[in-house]
Design a protein around this ligand. Structure first.
Ligand SMILES: [Zn+2]
Length: 491
């Protein structure tokens, strides 16, 4: 290994390296990404990444031949991004997101995402696996990239608690609980949350929550309605920061009682970030995620004439929250950045723009633009290092949801999921350049660097020269198996 200058990027990959060495006897790899600046767990190094079949075979600086060469001199080579929070073809509020599994995963690939984690939402009173089957029937024939699943669990009946073990064994270890959306039949009460935390923990899974205090926001919505205030910015006023803060505070307490690890989905406030940080300092095993839009947009957008488009939950916040989330992303209490992709057309939002506010489809289109926006606003703006960018967007979500080391890392034996970025290539974001089929752009006018020139998924080039060349249906379900040793680094 040393003799030919190949190095493993990770210790303990001896079997894998053995396989790579055997294959090397053939002397010809399937693909090499040559001469790029590669972000590996050992740091950033100029190296060639060799691919055999669907896996990374070796990383080094030898001139081994390959059937195909991608020149990456002067470019960055990152692991394919994992988006741990998406809702493809989200059907809610009487609308359906045009970012379906076909077009949405195509857009994701164009934005350097090689794995998404979507949500199978249990229909209350029905088996959870029913929701899983329905979602997989939609995804399997269409998805261009690999996907994992979370389970949105909506009741805590004996049957449902009993089914958790089976869902975890199937490869879905993460359970999201809604503390809000009572009228959508999704909300769980505190007793249910406590029982689910206990059971998920016993089964080796990871409970988590969409944390917003429903009774308070419901009363605020009603008050706003009574006063005839239905402008989009009233949505943010109905859900002030403490609506999230209170819910996080409560649910972290319940998780502590249950003795379970816990994941906070789409953290949006400085208050929430502080609570997560404090809980972690107290030794509680808590992980938090925030999203591209909470780091880069504010609720001032809701006051525009087309402000209804930016309605999402939790709502957009202020500059102070953005700053707090960036520092939490730097310091570690935010471990993951996702998109919460739920891109509805402006036309569908406009239809119900006159209220009631609760009926306006919630969510922003974002799956294709996370890489360029966060590379620009995070790395180039000096808020996070390139290594931290990779941790937040690739490695951490893979570790947390049990996809690591298959996903989220450039290492021998890992899936050959790679992106190649030209740091000189600048794009102005608009409805066209964001690649999504949605008819508006949440980041319109933003100049970004970082769209991948190439995206490689399990060894196959699916984006070449900024154009999609993948296949619908090639993506696979990747079962998640949480391994405690891969979480140790977080505590
Ligand atoms: Zn979501």
């Amino acid at each position: 290994m040393v003799g030919v200058g190949l190095t493993t990027a990770e210790a303990g990959a001896r079997d894998i390296l053995g396989a790579a060495q055997n294959r090397r006897l053939k002397r010809v790899f399937d693909l090499v990404v040559r001469g790029g600046k590669v972000v590996t767990p050992d740091g950033i190094m100029e190296a060639d990444v060799y691919v055999d079949g669907e896996q990374i075979a070796a990383i080094g600086q030898v001139n081994a031949p390959a059937r195909r060469t991608i020149k990456a001199q002067g470019r960055l080579v990152l692991p394919g991004l994992v988006d741990a929070h998406v809702h493809m073809q989200c059907a809610a509020w009487h609308a359906i997101s045009p970012n379906d599994f076909r077009l949405g995963t195509r857009a994701a690939a164009l934005g350097g995402v090689t794995t998404i984690i979507d949500f199978a939402t249990q229909k209350r009173g029905h088996p959870m696996m029913e929701a899983v089957e329905t979602l997989m029937e939609q995804a399997d024939p269409e998805t261009a990239i690999d996907y994992g699943l979370h389970l949105s669990i909506t009741d805590a009946s004996k049957d449902t608690l009993g089914e958790i073990e089976q869902v975890v064994a199937f490869g879905i270890p993460s359970f999201k609980m809604f503390m809000t959306y009572r009228s959508h039949n999704l909300m769980l009460d505190d007793g249910e949350i406590l029982d689910i935390c206990r059971r998920v923990h016993e089964c080796g899974g990871l409970p988590g929550a969409h944390a917003e205090n429903a009774p308070i926001s419901e009363r605020y919505y009603a008050r706003i309605r009574d006063r005839g205030c239905q402008a989009p910015h009233h949505h943010a006023l109905a859900k002030p920061n403490f609506v999230e803060g209170e819910a996080i505070n409560r649910v972290l307490y319940l998780a502590r009682v249950a003795g379970s690890r816990f994941y906070v989905y789409h953290l949006s406030t400085a208050e929430g970030a502080r609570m997560v940080q404090r809980a972690r300092q107290d030794g509680q095993k808590v992980l938090a995620e925030t999203c591209t839009h909470y780091l880069t947009l504010t609720r001032a957008l809701l006051e525009r004439s087309d402000g209804v488009n930016w309605i999402c939950s939790p709502p957009l916040r202020d500059d102070a929250d953005r700053a707090a989330l960036w520092s939490a992303a730097r310091a570690g209490s935010v471990a993951v950045i996702s998109t919460d992709e739920a891109g509805f057309n402006a036309a569908d939002k406009a239809k119900v723009a006159n209220g009631p506010l609760e009926d306006i489809p919630n969510g922003l289109p974002g799956v294709a633009v996370r890489l360029p926006i966060l590379y620009t606003e995070g790395v180039l703006a000096g808020r996070i290092s390139l290594e931290r960018f990779v941790a937040l967007n690739c490695t951490n979500p893979a570790r947390i949801f049990g996809l690591y080391p298959r996903k989220g890392v450039i290492a021998p034996g890992s899936d050959a999921d790679l992106v190649v970025i030209d740091p000189q290539h600048q794009v102005r974001l608009d409805t066209e350049t964001q690649h999504m089929p949605v008819d508006w752009c949440a980041y319109d006018g933003m100049n970004v660097v970082g769209f991948p020139a190439y995206t490689i998924s399990r060894g196959q080039v699916i984006v070449e020269d900024y154009s999609f060349c993948g296949e619908r249906g090639r993506g696979q379900f990747v079962p998640g198996r949480i391994q405690t040793q891969h979480l140790e680094a977080f505590w």
